[in-house]
Design a protein around this ligand. Structure first.
Ligand code: COA
Length: 166
């Protein structure tokens, strides 16, 4: 398996993968809009590809804001059902975190499972001063502060525009 950046010709296969990975069509719909949005960050969006060039997993990142400070919003992430629990999701997360850190991003923020993301260092976003767009998300709204993070970066979190249509 290799990890590489997503490229435009990959998108039909990625959309099919995300449709297979999630029980509802909402994530694939969101992804289609994120690809078309100006907040898309292709340099932080990665595919996991098998030796015979099948895409097994994908993670997208988009531009987001903490108050007025640009940050990264991560997700959706998905792995084909038959390829789960083999480390692909973790590999995508580590690579995407490394890329964001190298780019000098101050933080990655996401909404997701409290069983999966804390192992990568994610903590409840409000514990580092990042206010959720929806308080009902509770501890599922998480952030990973990177070396560029500092106490002056705080406030309300805003996702890329397509998330507001969910
Ligand atoms: C979540 C997902 C991307 C994980 O991919 P994966 O390739 O199976 O993950 P990994 O094999 O790297 O698993 C890493 C660890 O996370 C655990 N894990 C995997 N999926 C998990 C989940 N849904 N909930 C909790 N823990 C999970 C694994 O047990 C493993 O732990 P271990 O190393 O202690 O055994 C994949 O299950 C998926 O596509 N799910 C459907 C889409 C989805 O729900 N995405 C967003 C989740 S918020």
């Amino acid at each position: 398996m290799i990890l590489r950046r997503e490229q435009a010709p990959d998108r039909p296969e990625i959309l099919a993968l995300i449709e297979a990975a999630f029980p509802e069509p909402v994530e694939a719909r969101l992804l289609r809009e994120l690809f078309a949005s100006r907040e898309y960050l292709p340099e932080l969006s990665l595919v996991a590809e098998s030796a015979d060039a099948e895409i097994l997993g994908y993670v997208i990142s988009t531009r987001a804001w903490i108050g007025d400070t640009p940050a990264v919003g991560l997700g959706p992430i998905g792995v084909l059902p038959q390829w789960r629990r083999q480390g692909i999701g973790a590999a995508l997360m580590h690579a995407s975190i490394d890329a964001a850190r190298e780019q000098g991003e101050p933080a990655i923020v996401l909404l997701g499972s409290t069983d999966f993301y804390p192992r990568f260092g994610f903590v409840p976003a409000d514990s580092v001063g990042i206010a959720s767009p929806d308080p009902s998300w509770g501890s599922h709204f998480m952030a990973l502060p990177l070396p560029g993070f500092h106490a002056g970066i705080r406030g309300h979190f805003r996702y890329a525009e397509p998330f507001s249509k969910l």
